[in-house]
Design a protein. Structure first.
Length: 362
């Protein structure tokens, strides 16, 4: 199928569509990962976005049921230079193209993905259209104009009911803003008793579970689109050890009185250098975010910056000066990407243990 990729600034690319037929509109972003396309596509944090992969060959090892980060693809579309239609891997169950078709996701190949990336880096994230239909420029412009910036992505991707995953260890409430499966797996590896709750679960409901700690998950969109969550987190941090990841990190900063802003093109990939100030050590991290915490806004908020990005010096981690609360902008669970920073899950267990002993002493 012939395909068209049309950018908001009028630049047009012609290639071949694969996956599902039709037209998709979303925010155009790029990801620099060399592998992990299945985890990227099924990461709920990509809701509403069209993903441009900078690595040229995608799909060569197929897909399988074990590496999904959620039950579906939330991304609006997918862009690659070359797609492998005949994958080779002992775990492969179907091709990427078949998965995209089955999950009704429009994709395009045989376009210059590096040129697309340069446009995003120069001009910032923008809307785009992918279509397998023979649309005119006027029709493509109409698609862009009719597209509305969604503010309910977290509501879309969050669980609709409370789910308990039994364990013999610490009792953790995971506030689901679009939690990746591998975050849950990391808690399971540490034998946590996990209760996954919807994003808008009240403070009172969470306290009724009596958890040892609360985890704020990753998720899509602008943290300022969920002000009710910020208000709940303000109360939670005063009562329970809290660990935030990605969107959870941004929400935590807002709860402490800080501010966030939309980045020009964000961080998405598995090779981002982060400096851990407390450990005096650098880590390679997996990232996926388009918003960041304003460094100046948290200077007088009883918050310490614990991690910084080695590429652009943005805030990558914070902790409260006196409360057992901390967060990171990157993904310590990897999937895809390195797991160098998975020690942060162990830190969460240690904090919950310490908090329990301390409270008993009091």
């Amino acid at each position: 199928m012939k395909g068209i990729l049309y950018l908001e600034n009028g630049v047009t690319f012609y290639g071949k569509c694969f996956g599902a037929k039709g037209t998709a509109v979303g925010e155009l972003v790029f990801n620099t990962s060399m592998t992990g396309y299945q985890e990227i596509l099924t990461d709920p944090s990509y809701a509403g976005q069209v993903i441009n992969m900078t690595y040229p060959l995608i799909g060569n090892y197929g897909v399988n049921k074990y590496e999904n980060e959620s039950e579906k693809i939330y991304a609006k579309g997918f862009i690659v230079k070359d797609i492998c239609e005949e994958p080779s891997n002992y775990m492969s169950e179907e091709s990427l193209s078949d998965m995209l078709e089955r999950m009704n996701t429009v994709a395009i190949c045989e376009v210059d993905t590096r040129s697309i990336t340069k446009i995003i880096r120069d001009h910032g994230a923008m809307k785009c259209v992918i279509t397998s239909e023979n649309l005119t420029k006027e029709e493509l412009d109409k698609c862009i104009k009719q597209y509305k910036n969604e503010k309910k992505f977290v509501e879309e991707v969050s669980t609709k009911e409370i789910i308990n995953i039994p364990g013999k260890g610490k009792k953790v409430v995971l506030m689901d803003f679009g939690a990746k499966q591998n975050i849950i797996e990391n808690l399971k590896l540490r034998d946590c008793d996990i209760t996954v709750v919807p994003y808008n679960t009240s403070f009172e409901e969470i306290m009724s579970i009596n958890p040892d700690g609360v985890m704020l998950s990753n998720g899509p969109g602008d943290p300022k689109d969920v002000p009710e969550v910020v208000e709940n987190v303000k109360k939670i941090v005063k009562e329970k050890p809290t660990f935030g990841i990605c969107l959870g990190h941004q929400i935590l900063a807002l709860a402490f009185g800080g501010d966030t802003y939309k980045m020009k093109f964000g961080h998405r990939g598995g090779n981002h250098g982060v400096y851990d100030i407390e450990k005096d050590k650098a880590y390679i991290t997996s990232q996926n975010h388009g918003y960041a915490v304003d460094k100046e806004s948290i200077k007088d908020k009883d918050v310490i910056i614990t991690h910084i990005n080695l590429n652009d010096n943005t805030v990558e981690g914070i902790k409260h000066k006196s409360l057992p609360v901390y967060s990171v902008q990157f993904h310590p669970e990897g999937a895809p990407g390195p797991e160098d920073s998975s020690y942060l899950f162990d830190k969460f267990i240690d904090i919950m243990n310490f908090n329990k002993v301390e409270r008993k002493a009091i």
